[in-house]
Structures are given as structure tokens and as C-alpha cells.
Design a protein around this ligand. Structure first.
Ligand SMILES: *Cc1c(COP(=O)(O)O)cnc(C)c1O
Length: 379
């Protein structure tokens, strides 16, 4: 048996990417400066409709600079959704700040507003006002951003919206990433569009964009020589990578449609399998880009078949699936930091699985996935 690998989420080129890269070569802008960078920022600003975009070399860099412009410094506390990829929380530690992790809620799998408020009240009582809140739209499903925004406003704490997985997702029609004081996106290889590696930060004002740009390009003072008064970073996106991004922006909406179709495929595939629930938020205000379709496998309902049984069965047919993100408060790196909530995130992690969800999966790929799922659950 030598079947092609079916990936969880692989790059899907639209066709114009090479043309934009060729432009970079033709004009010799093989640098972190150039027309593709400006063009990609304009494309993103037009798409996102409000805010000022700076493209960077990763989503992680965007979170790092986002925390800096929100004023996070060594010794500060930052509230952060626990159930997420490590990159949401690592920049808190880069800054010497302390993460305070918050559980998920069942409805969206994202930060629980109740646990969040409990944390804010308790940290205030302990004499420390949190400097920022990092919320995530996990797997492209919007968090309860309106409610959390009101909560954050009432305590005067800014929001960093980690929209790395949620480009094109909406809450009440407004695009994810544009609610927070700052929002970030990732264009890593597995995301809904890719620049091979890259990210973006969206800020509400032009002045904040200029600050981000200054920090991302080594924080050079306005002087006729190299003078620096602040710590700078080398975080700008390359003009080559931005060329890929420009091509990808042309197919973003198509990718969203195709990923949503994959989600519908799984809803149909699992409809008669009572131990499996395909995750869909019950929140009607939400429109998800369906970056990854995730499922919960309840081993009590079906002869003890677990998420791991399914994962191994898929792997033996060369099909990639993955466990959900392991919550940060359960990570060896973060065990010592405060945590507010119960076991919602932990239980999701125990029983969940991410299914292959790419915009480039073929009819034959779906047939192979169907065959494995049916063999596992229906025999
Ligand atoms: C991918 C991702 C990031 C990091 O983005 P990179 O571009 O890989 O640095 C941050 N947060 C979440 C939730 C992600 O999924």
C-alpha cells in the first residue's frame, strides 16, 4: 500500500503567487521592503475594512509586538485563554510578564467569560491589575467577543485578539481580528492562507501602526546614523513571502467556502455515529471560516472507541489527524502560573480530534476518510 498522504491542512496555491514573486525578482526587491509588502497590507486593509495592517514574519511576532504596544512589561500579568497553541502565550514570557490562564466555555471552546471575570476580580483583589487579555478564535470559531469586549471595557483592560486561525470568520457580520485593541493573523503553512511563514497585526490607529513598524525594523531613531533608544526587533515580512500572500488573498473567500464544505462533509459523515459530535458553535451570531473541523469522540457511547483509536486508524491509511491543542495550564512550561476555571478545556483536549480540513482535499480523499471512519465505527 502506497497511498498519498492526506494532510490535516496543507498549502493551497491560487495561481498568481508566482507572478507576484516574479515581480519581486524583476524589480530586485528581494528584501523585507517592496511593492508586495505594501500591496499585501492594502489587500488586508481592504478585506478587513477597518484598521491599519502591518505584515510581519510570523503570527508569533505579531503577538509579541501587540503586547508591547499594549504596554505589557516585565512583572505584569496577562490573562490568556488556556486552550490554544503555545504561540498565543509564549510572547508573554518573552517580555518577562506572567501569564494567567483561563478555561474555555463549552459553547465556543474559547475563553469563558465567567472564569475571565472571576480571574479579573481575584487579581484585582490581590493588588495586581492585569495589563491585557489574549482571546483566541480557536479553529476559526469566534469567541464571545462582544461580551468579552464589554467585560474588558468595564475593567479598563485592553484585548489582544489572536485571530491566527480565524481570518474571514465573523461575529455579527464583523470580521474577527477587528474587535480587539490589536488583532493578529498568521500565514503559516497550515493556516487558511499562507505566505509560507508570516503574520500580520492590525491596529486601530495609524500612529500605532507606525509604532509597530518602528519596533519591527530594529527601532531606529530619526537620526542621520544608527541610533537606538528602544529595543528593536527584526520582524518584518519578506517581499517574496508577501508576494505569495498577495496571490493567496485572491483565493481567500474560495478557501473559506471549501473549508466550510469540508465541515458539512463531516457533519454528514458522522450524522449516524452517536458517539461523535462535530463541533459547531450554537452561537447564531457566529460565522466560522472552518479552518479545521474538530470532533469530540465520546468513548462511553461506542464500545470504548476513543479519539486515539480513530487517529491511529486514519494514520494507518496515511491520513493525518491531530489532537486538539493541549491547554496551556496543563503544559510543563506553564504549570506554575495561575489558572481560573474548571475542566472544560481539559475534557475537550481528552476527547477531541482535528480532522483533515484543507481546501485542497479531493473527492477521492473524502472517500478514503469515509472508508476509515465507517470501518472504525460501523463494524
Ligand atoms: C498559528 C498560531 C499562532 C502563531 O502563528 P505563527 O505564524 O505560526 O507564528 C498563534 N496563535 C494561534 C492560535 C495559532 O494557531
Amino acid at each position: 500500500m502506497h497511498k498519498n498522504k492526506i494532510w490535516l491542512s496543507s498549502p493551497d496555491m491560487g495561481g498568481s503567487e508566482l507572478k507576484f514573486i516574479q515581480d519581486a525578482f524583476d524589480t530586485n526587491w528581494i528584501a523585507p521592503v517592496g511593492a508586495n509588502i505594501d500591496g499585501l497590507e492594502q489587500d488586508l486593509e481592504a478585506y478587513l475594512e477597518n484598521g491599519h495592517v502591518t505584515v510581519l514574519n510570523s503570527g508569533t511576532a505579531a503577538i509579541h509586538l501587540g503586547l508591547i504596544v499594549l504596554g505589557v512589561e516585565a512583572g505584569d500579568e496577562v490573562l490568556c485563554q488556556s486552550m490554544t497553541f503555545a504561540a498565543s502565550a509564549n510572547p508573554i514570557l518573552y517580555l518577562g510578564a506572567t501569564p494567567v490562564f483561563i478555561d474555555s466555555e463549552k459553547e465556543t471552546w474559547n475563553i469563558c467569560p465567567v472564569a475571565l471575570e472571576e480571574a479579573i476580580i481575584d487579581r484585582l483583589a490581590k493588588g495586581k491589575k492585569p495589563k491585557a487579555i489574549i482571546v483566541v478564535h480557536l479553529y476559526g470559531v469566534p469567541c464571545q467577543i462582544e461580551l468579552i469586549g464589554q467585560l474588558a471595557d468595564s475593567y479598563g483592560i485592553p484585548i489582544l485578539e489572536d485571530s491566527a486561525e480565524a481570518l474571514g470568520s465573523r461575529y455579527k457580520g464583523k470580521l474577527c481580528g477587528t474587535f480587539g485593541d490589536v488583532g493578529i493573523f498568521s500565514f503559516n503553512g497550515s493556516k487558511i492562507i499562507t505566505t509560507s511563514g508570516g503574520g500580520a497585526i492590525i491596529t486601530r490607529t495609524k500612529a500605532l501602526k507606525e509604532k509597530v513598524l518602528f519596533l519591527a525594523t530594529q527601532a531606529k531613531d530619526k537620526a542621520p546614523y544608527y541610533q537606538h533608544s528602544e529595543i528593536g526587533y527584526n520582524y518584518r515580512m519578506s517581499n517574496i513571502a508577501a508576494g505569495i500572500g498577495r496571490g493567496q488573498m485572491q483565493v481567500l473567500d474560495k478557501h473559506i467556502d471549501l473549508r466550510r464544505e469540508m465541515n458539512a462533509f463531516y457533519v454528514d459523515l458522522f450524522k449516524d455515529i452517536s458517539s461523535v459530535t462535530v463541533f459547531k458553535t450554537a452561537n447564531e451570531a457566529s460565522f466560522a471560516n472552518c479552518w479545521l473541523t474538530t470532533i469530540i469522540v465520546n468513548p462511553n457511547n461506542n464500545k470504548g472507541i476513543t479519539n486515539e483509536v480513530l487517529r491511529f486508524a486514519l494514520a494507518s491509511d496515511n491520513i493525518e489527524s491531530r489532537q486538539l491543542w493541549k491547554p496551556m495550564h496543563l503544559q510543563p512550561l506553564h504549570e506554575k502560573y495561575p489558572y481560573y476555571g474548571t475542566t472544560v478545556a481539559e475534557n475537550l483536549f481528552k476527547n477531541g480530534l482535528c480532522m483533515p480540513s484543507g481546501s485542497n482535499l479531493t473527492k477521492e480523499d473524502r472517500e478514503r476518510i469515509t472508508a476509515v471512519v465507517n470501518a472504525v465505527f460501523k463494524n
